[in-house]
Design a protein around this ligand. Structure first.
Ligand SMILES: Nc1ncnc2c1ncn2[C@@H]1O[C@H](COP(=O)(O)OP(=O)(O)OP(=O)(O)O)[C@@H](O)[C@H]1O
Ligand SMILES: [Mg+2]
Length: 235
């Protein structure tokens, strides 16, 4: 569904991504793990079209999107829930969700998606008219994921959904990601510092180190890999 070939991205003199190739197959959950500054967010932003690549090719559903502008990428079916959540603090929960659907014209579909989001995140339903900036961190994370889902994505890009969230809620959020994948059939590319949980819910994983992929395998195999255990799982 998504294929990246020899991607290079630079910020001025900083070579953030140095020739990366990866694939995300339809209906799978694929995870990208790596330390701070490895380039995880940069990869997601490049897929979304927010950051421009220096070279390489990105294809989505067999169509090249390397130079496609961000709003058209959303239209093609890719939505990103950004790191640090970035919800609209002065808008209500419902208004934030509606913003996610700005490219969807079918009102019935918008309503159905809203209902689905409120069913998986009942906390959001209870806070439907609350200003998003006053939600707790975990609730803002749910809202960011919900807002991304409002655009009817085929591929959901999640940047550190567990960031700053209490362990008990982290588990819930990961369960919801699996639910969205299994029930809605949304393909997921997940970036996480919480490598253990991410590998547990995903099918395949890539390990990123200073802008390069150093390892890739079935998530199950990565969980049992001695190097991965030492560097990322604290075993
Ligand atoms: N706008 C920017 N301008 C200059 N350098 C940047 C910019 N954005 C990112 N970088 C640099 O690119 C590298 C990769 O950053 P990126 O945010 O992709 O890492 P990350 O893997 O998401 O890290 P983290 O786990 O801390 O979120 C870092 O060295 C970072 O300092
Ligand atoms: Mg990041």
């Amino acid at each position: 569904m998504l294929e990246i070939q020899n991607l290079e991205v630079s910020y001025g003199a900083i070579k953030a991504i140095q020739g990366i190739s990866l694939k995300v197959h339809e209906k799978k959950i694929v995870t990208l793990i790596g330390a701070n500054g490895a380039g995880k967010t940069t990869i997601l932003k490049t897929i979304s079209g927010i950051v421009k690549s220096k070279s390489g090719k990105i294809s989505f559903c067999n169509e090249e999107i390397t130079k496609t502008p961000p709003h058209q990428i959303v239209k093609k079916g890719i939505a990103q829930s950004p790191e640090g959540r970035l919800i609209f603090a002065n808008l209500t929960v419902l208004e934030n969700l509606k913003m996610g659907a700005y490219l969807v014209s079918n009102k019935k579909i918008i309503k159905e998606t809203e209902d689905y989001i409120f069913a998986i995140f009942p906390r959001l339903k209870e806070r439907i008219s609350q200003q998003a900036g006053t939600l707790s961190g975990g609730e803002q994370q749910m809202l960011a994921i919900g807002r991304a889902l409002m655009s009817q994505p085929k591929l959901l890009l999640l940047d550190e959904p567990s960031l700053g969230i209490a362990p008990i809620l982290v588990k819930t959020i990961f369960e919801k990601i699996v639910e969205v994948n299994k029930e809605l059939g949304v393909t997921v590319l997940l970036v996480e510092q919480n490598a253990r949980l991410a590998l547990k819910i995903s099918d395949y994983g890539y390990v990123l180190e200073t802008g390069k992929i150093i390892l890739e395998n079935e998530s199950k195999a990565l969980l049992e890999d001695k190097e991965v255990q030492k560097a990322y799982l604290g075993i």
